[in-house]
Design a protein. Structure first.
Length: 100
């Protein structure tokens, strides 16, 4: 059995493929012309289509803003980086309020 690489499939719903039937159960004398074609179809569920779309969107987002990282690194190294403890505390409390 051969495998098909589906990593490049974009969301869209349906994938049509053609394959040659090479089944050993059917002898060539039984089937006229050994080039019988069989059509297969794959339908992606709405959830799978949504996951594919989200994956494309996430791959387009830069995970780390290197400009901001360099700016903070420089501020730490020259001693000018200020930590706002009040802002950190407020953010932690807000995050905790969202938990069940």
């Amino acid at each position: 059995m051969s495998t098909t690489d589906v990593t490049g499939i974009r969301s869209g719903g349906r994938l049509e493929t053609e394959r040659r039937d090479k089944s050993s159960e059917i002898s060539p004398s039984t089937v006229e012309g050994s080039g019988r074609s069989v059509s297969d179809a794959v339908e992606l569920s709405p959830a799978a289509q949504q996951l594919s779309s989200l994956q494309e969107q996430l791959s387009a987002i830069d995970a780390v803003d290197m400009g901001k990282v360099d700016e903070i690194r420089q501020a730490i190294s020259n001693g000018s980086y200020n930590i706002d403890t009040q802002k950190i505390a407020e953010s932690l409390l807000a995050l905790e309020a969202e938990l069940p």
